[in-house]
Design a binder for this molecule. Sequence first.
Ligand code: MLT
Ligand code: MN
Ligand code: ZN
Length: 305
Amino acid sequence: MKVHVLGSAAGGGFPQWNCNCPNCDGLRKGTKRVTARTQSSITVSGDGSNWVLFNASPDILQQIREFPALQPARSLRDTAIRAVFLIDAQIDHTTGLYMLREHRQPHELWCHALVREDLSSGNPLLKVLEHYCGVNWHDVPLQGKGFAMPGVPGLHFNALPLISNAPPYSPHRDHPQPGDNVGVTLTDTASGKRLFYAPGLGEMEPHVWAAMLAADCVLVDGTLWTDDEMIALGASKKTSRAMGHLPQSGPGGMLEWLDQLPASTRKVLIHINNTNPILDEDSPQRQELTRHGIEVSYDGMEIEL
Ligand code: MLT
Ligand code: MN
Ligand code: ZN
């Protein structure tokens, strides 16, 4: 399978329009070794021509322009995006659907029923889209043998519930239900290789850890370095965990977990917040990741499994 990182940043992107944290300010002034990043999305293909889009970020048009494989140009109006999978109903993962409204047929949309509910009520995006191309909704099972997606050959999908958080507009905010956030294992049906993808992961539960252990590559939550990162900067009153993101450092943090994976597992962080010091290639935090064999994803990164 081919995995293409369309957007490696968390909500807000990097630099964030209104932010003057050391990273955002350093990027604008050219004083830090940092690279701009768009918001959280990947696309995956089993055959190199039919792609599933994971999350539709507000930056989707720029992301599609920068990845020509998504525009095969076989007819006047065309796309290689055969299906869209939403891991949650957050703004940074869903707003791009508005930008894809000119589709000639309904989008094949895969998401859990709770995500569909939030996107039909608190943020009625799917209702608005009915006035354009609309969607053909497919429920995402959280148990059992997993599923295939018509039009996306060569890939098998297994979704699992995660503890993260529902969007601020959701009635489930701070009380997430199973299905508000999911992780997914993608298996290449020819090679048997597996990718585990979870850009929002707030707590390591046994079934999540089992999926990570079984993967050849984990592409997981890299939002914040410390639990109190946003509080310390004066940017928010919430800890990383309260927002549904396991921080990298500290006891029980993502680094401790990734260290326990086999050396052969490729470990990559994604959904990186603009405040995170790992974005600075000269930071001690980035060097620590490198020592632990952990990669920081970037826009345009390709992973072949
Ligand atoms: C999150 O990942 O916690 C949200 O996307 C944050 C946001 O929407 O700003
Ligand atoms: Mn997010
Ligand atoms: Zn910033």
